[in-house]
Design a protein around this ligand. Structure first.
Ligand code: GDP
Ligand code: MN
Length: 404
């Protein structure tokens, strides 16, 4: 789960990371009020969306007076910002963060990630902050400092000092840099984060160290024990299809194609998506209904896939080990009636009780296209989608599907 910059800053501040004075605003009036409350004579108005790269996309505005703050807020609120990370649909700005603006002398990068190779928390830092880490790795690889943390002892002060010295902080900033590095590490560990990033970690013209931007991502599977973190979730920043799926306990990723997929097992889902592409189609989603797919769960999956306007054919691909094909088949038949399936449906079953499952589908009298193997299933789904699209074109504009 991602959270907003201002939320990440508030959390990190509790671990001793120095942040600028700032305040949240939902309206231009509130933004101007925040600026007065903060004091000073220059402010930055920052769009709060779950994405980096806001600066380049016009989402960060430097303001010289409170009128400018008002105008910046008016301009940003309700706007759909498209950054290098949001995808073409972008994200809508509903919240702003107003901060005192600082004159920057230097910008650093400080990131904590889970390194799967060493199976450790890894610190990646650079004296060339401000630009994103991919760009640093490309253009200034010599500036990168890396260190892994031994889990048995946690990050040690000497390790943080070593990183701070390697980055080239002046003696006046070393203490704050060490405090920041250790604070980020503790936040990462204590809050079950999978990523903590400060970019830029700036040194101001007065020589003060400040985290000017912060991003944290949390481990979804640990959220149950972090109530104060899960409360920070902002559904307005998520793909609505994925939000609906998460609320129903389904593993789902929304994509832009036309073939809706209902599959058990992430590996099979990936393979099926590949086969759809090979057959000339594009998947509309990744959906893993998991083991123990009861008829109710299958119905939920159908409702979810059908609620996506993009879907023009559905492919169900089940390899039943823990699952039972007859149960899944019953689920498909029930879902067909309950969810008003109005697109071609291809079903491929294999594994436990496959004969019973196929018999249920055949006897249902429903126009379900059966397939024996994965390649055939993908080809039939793509063919059915193309046929349906051609017929729809001949029929004229289709009525919008009811949402479920
Ligand atoms: P991002 O583009 O989404 O990563 O948003 P940031 O919060 O990192 O802001 C983009 C850039 O704006 C930063 O890299 C800084 O160079 C600049 N910036 C942000 N806050 C300030 C500030 O208070 N003063 C100055 N001078 N620049 C700032
Ligand atoms: Mn940034």
């Amino acid at each position: 789960m991602d959270i907003h910059e201002y939320q990440a800053k508030e959390l990190l501040a509790e671990f001793g990371v120095p942040i600028p004075k700032g305040g949240l605003a939902y309206s231009p009036e509130q933004a101007a009020y925040r600026a007065r409350e903060i004091g000073g004579s220059r402010w930055v108005v920052k769009a709060q969306i779950h994405s980096g790269g806001r600066g380049k996309a016009g989402g960060i505005k430097l303001c010289e007076d409170s009128h400018a703050v008002w105008r910046a807020a008016e301009d940003l609120l309700g706007k759909r910002l498209v950054t290098g990370q949001t995808g073409p649909r972008g994200k809508v700005v509903y919240r702003l963060y107003v901060e005192e603006a600082k004159t920057l002398a230097r910008e650093f990068y400080l990131g904590f990630v889970l390194d799967r190779v060493s199976e450790r928390i890894m610190v990646v830092a650079s004296s060339a902050g401000g630009m994103d880490i991919e760009e640093i790795a490309r253009s200034k690889p010599e500036s990168l400092v890396r260190a892994v943390v031994e889990p048995a002892v946690g990050m040690q002060a000497f390790q943080a000092r070593e990183i701070a010295f390697k980055l080239g902080f002046d003696s006046g900033q070393i203490t704050d840099a060490v405090k920041t590095i250790l604070g980020c590490y503790r936040a990462f560990r204590d809050l079950d984060a999978t990523m903590v990033e400060i970019n830029p970690l700036a040194v101001t013209s007065e020589g003060r160290l400040l985290a000017l931007d912060a991003k944290t991502t949390f481990d979804d599977t640990a959220l149950f024990r972090r109530a104060h973190i899960s409360e920070l979730r902002d559904k307005s920043q998520e793909d609505p299809r994925e939000t609906r799926a998460a609320d129903r306990g389904l593993a789902y990723v929304g994509l832009d194609g036309q073939i809706g997929c209902i599959i058990n097992g992430a590996g099979l889902a990936m393979a099926t998506m590949d086969m759809i592409k090979l057959a000339g189609g594009e998947p509309a989603n990744f959906l893993d209904i998991g083991g123990g797919a009861t008829p109710e769960r299958v119905t939920k999956a159908f409702n979810l896939v059908l609620s996506d306007e993009r879907v023009e054919a559905i492919l169900v691909n089940i390899f039943a080990g823990i699952n039972r094909c007859d149960w899944v088949a019953e689920g498909v038949v029930q879902a067909y009636h309950n969810a008003k399936v109005d697109v071609p449906l291809v079903v491929r079953l294999a594994g436990t009780n496959v004969e019973e499952g196929r018999a249920i589908l055949a006897q249902s009298g429903l126009p379900i296209i059966a397939a024996d193997n994965l390649a055939e299933a993908a080809e039939r789904a793509v063919a059915a989608w193309k046929r349906n699209a051609a017929e729809a074109l001949a029929r004229g504009p289709r009525q919008a599907r009811e949402s479920h």
